[in-house]
Write a protein that binds this ligand. Structure first.
Ligand SMILES: [Zn+2]
Length: 86
């Protein structure tokens, strides 16, 4: 049984392995494809959810206001998920 996590973009719950993990490093939100960054994580299930999360400033909420999420994060999510992403 893999644990489920909530996508910060759409609020849907999915198995952890199906989501992209984000972590906080030096006050910035970064992708954590290897899931090895320590501390709080946030999860996204796709590029469209990354877009939603950015526009709604959901990252600040997920990381308790300590974070800076940049538009480049969206490109990184797109690269990671490739053409298969919604
Ligand atoms: Zn989602």
């Amino acid at each position: 049984m893999s644990p489920t996590r909530t996508c910060i973009g759409c609020g849907a719950r999915s198995p952890q392995g199906a989501l992209v993990r984000l972590a906080l490093r030096d006050g910035r939100v970064v992708l954590d494809p290897a899931r090895r960054q320590p501390g709080r994580g946030a999860y996204l299930c796709g590029v469209s959810c990354a877009r939603k999360a950015l526009s709604r400033r959901a990252f600040g909420k997920a990381f308790r206001g300590a974070s800076t999420a940049e538009a480049s994060l969206l490109e990184q999510v797109q690269q990671l998920l490739g053409a298969s992403a919604a």
